[in-house]
Design a protein around this ligand. Sequence first.
Ligand SMILES: CC(C)(COP(=O)(O)OP(=O)(O)OC[C@H]1O[C@@H](n2cnc3c(N)ncnc32)[C@H](O)[C@@H]1OP(=O)(O)O)[C@@H](O)C(=O)NCCC(=O)NCCS
Length: 165
Amino acid sequence: MEITKVGIESIAIIQHIAKITWAIAYKEIISNDQLDYMLDKMYSTESLQNQIQVQGHQFILANFENNPVGFAAYHTKSSIPEKMIKLHKIYVDPSQQSKGVGKSMLQFIMNDISKEGVKYLELNVNRENKAIAFYKKLGFTIIAEEDIPIGNGFFMNDYVMQISL
Ligand SMILES: CC(C)(COP(=O)(O)OP(=O)(O)OC[C@H]1O[C@@H](n2cnc3c(N)ncnc32)[C@H](O)[C@@H]1OP(=O)(O)O)[C@@H](O)C(=O)NCCC(=O)NCCS
């Protein structure tokens, strides 16, 4: 498997993996209306361009035998004074999950940000998401709960999880 940093040229691939992954991961957690709303807000071409070119989100793609099987996105600048980096997204094609792709992407990210003297990697995850077990397995712990309004009357009901590097 190969993991590479990518930019706006990979937007269509990211959108494809997000769509097939979200449909399964969130179908019993949020309503279809909220799912469509969030996908549009976070994965429209305009939104992804803004994340990459304005907000400084670094996207990576995992390829297996030249096929894209997962992506992740993280901030490249740490907050001061905590020296924390936010992991924004990590998704693996449902047909390729449980084969080590997610773990490899997290290891790639932790290796990349440790060069910058970063102390923590932090993420938000829905409190009903099975991914919590994946994060715990890799050493993350829950440090807070957050209910974040995202417009249209929808909320993200999240845990904040963190790992020390
Ligand atoms: C969560 C996700 C990124 C994990 O990636 P993955 O490639 O399936 O996971 P890996 O195969 O790398 O698993 C790594 C370890 O975590 C464990 N693990 C993975 N998913 C798990 C789960 N649901 N429950 C318990 N353990 C889990 C694996 O057993 C493995 O342990 P090991 O190292 O001892 O073998 C992926 O399953 C996914 O995209 N899920 C749906 C979308 C999602 O919820 N993303 C997170 C949004 S916050």
